[in-house]
Design a protein around this ligand. Structure first.
Ligand SMILES: Nc1ncnc2c1ncn2[C@@H]1O[C@H](COP(=O)(O)OP(=O)(O)O)[C@@H](O)[C@H]1O
Ligand SMILES: [Mg+2]
Length: 268
């Protein structure tokens, strides 16, 4: 018989009303997460978006919340039973290059940053859950791990969606103001000792007022200075040293991509 374990936790909201930033009561989280997992498996819930590690869903109960889910499955041995869980990532959570934070760590970054700036929106986190299931048979063993982060759903479109023409730029969008606000936010965040480390066009969004939103702190790190971008990772059995793209360089790249997209668009 498979054994399962579910851990859940809450992020306290200090300065926002319940209404503005919906919270789930801790008693309800357990059942909500189980329902959600069931709903995802049977496609009964609305899909919002995905990246390299996660899928993000809107629960039936509230459009103001979304759930970021990372499902990881490890199979050892022969003839394992079919999975009841759809895998969203092949990256091990502990992988030094691609590994992602547990949802409580990711949510803690959101909690610390969502009040940092009035001009750049960061989703307010609600709660997290970690669901583990292990099944040891005679010839196999399977390990399944689901990370869930429930957070405020932003009414925004990602720059990636705009560039790939799944969304249009809000009419309020002003190029210079947008990137100025984003750069001010990044330097404030760095002064606080937090580095995003994955600030590509899929993780920067634009809200209805044309303001920047930053999401996905799954690779964020604490520290000061350029060393925070250093990583050690394994490739072909060899330990290698590498450097992640800096937050500033990512913003420069995103800016160039958007200029290219906008100039192409106006000349068509
Ligand atoms: N709080 C949110 N509000 C609205 N959309 C979101 C939110 N979080 C994620 N998304 C959508 O889901 C996508 C994937 O989420 P993300 O956290 O970037 O996952 P990954 O770690 O796999 O890149 C995003 O690109 C965005 O479109
Ligand atoms: Mg992402």
């Amino acid at each position: 018989m498979p054994e399962s374990e579910l851990k859940v936790g809450h992020f306290d909201s200090h300065d926002h009303s319940q209404e503005e930033h919906p919270q789930l009561s801790i008693e309800k989280v357990d059942i909500q997460v189980r329902n959600l997992i069931e709903a995802i498996l049977t496609n009964r819930t609305d899909f919002l978006g995905n990246g390299l590690t996660a899928e993000v869903y809107i629960p039936e109960e509230s459009e103001k919340i979304c759930f970021k889910i990372c499902c990881y499955r490890e199979v050892l041995g022969k003839n394992p039973p079919k999975s009841s869980i759809r895998t969203t990532t092949t990256f091990e959570p502990s992988h030094p290059k691609y590994g992602y934070h547990s949802p409580d760590t990711e949510g803690t970054f959101l909690q610390e940053l969502h009040t940092l700036s009035k001009e750049v929106d960061i989703p307010n986190p609600c709660c997290w859950a970690i669901y583990k299931q292990t099944d040891d048979g005679d010839t196999y063993s399977t390990k399944e791990l689901i990370y869930v982060l429930a957070m405020e759903r932003l009414d925004a479109v990602s720059i990636k969606d705009v560039i790939e023409k799944r969304a249009v730029l809000p009419t309020t969008f002003n190029f210079e103001t947008f990137f100025k606000k984003l750069r001010v936010f990044i330097s404030k965040m760095h002064e606080k000792g937090i580095y995003h480390r994955d600030l590509h066009e899929g993780n920067i969004m634009i809200d209805d007022n044309g303001n920047p939103c930053v999401i996905d702190f799954g690779k964020a790190a604490r520290g000061f200075g350029d060393d925070v971008y250093d990583i050690d990772y394994r490739e072909g059995g060899q330990l290698r040293k590498g450097k992640l793209t800096s937050d500033e360089e990512y913003v420069n790249q995103v800016e160039r991509l958007l200029i290219k997209h906008m100039t192409k668009d106006t000349t068509v």
